[in-house]
Design a protein around this ligand. Structure first.
Ligand code: FES
Length: 114
């Protein structure tokens, strides 16, 4: 298992970009729950954030893509509006152990181009 982040490092209502083996993902904490997604917009595959660790809209209510403004539900990554409406962000399976967000190694293997 790979430790990505301590739950306490993420403030309520905030998001954080994460990277391991050049795999990019991000976490959001909402209502004391953690959500983890690959940092890849289903529209064009671009990273989502506006600037470092900023993945949410101004109200902090939805995830927003910085490229064309698509809006995603935090709870399940479903796109509610924008060019990829109806598609979803891809969640990353994780567990929380001793206050740490852990992901199985198999999900964070380096990408090989062979
Ligand atoms: S790349 Fe995200 S909305 Fe177009």
């Amino acid at each position: 298992m790979i430790t990505l982040l301590a739950v306490d490092e993420l403030e309520e209502g905030r998001s954080k970009g994460l990277e391991h083996n050049n795999r990019h993902l991000f976490a959001v904490k909402k209502d004391d729950q953690i959500f983890l997604y690959w940092n890849r917009c289903p529209h064009l595959g671009t990273p989502l954030e506006w600037e470092e660790d900023r993945f949410l809209d101004p109200d902090g209510a939805l995830i927003q893509c910085s490229t064309h403004g698509a809006l995603f539900r935090i709870e399940d990554g479903h796109c509610l509006a924008g060019p990829c409406q109806g598609k979803s962000l891809q969640p990353v399976p994780f567990s929380i152990e001793n206050g740490l967000i852990m992901v199985e190694d198999k999900y964070l293997q380096p990408v090989t181009l062979s």
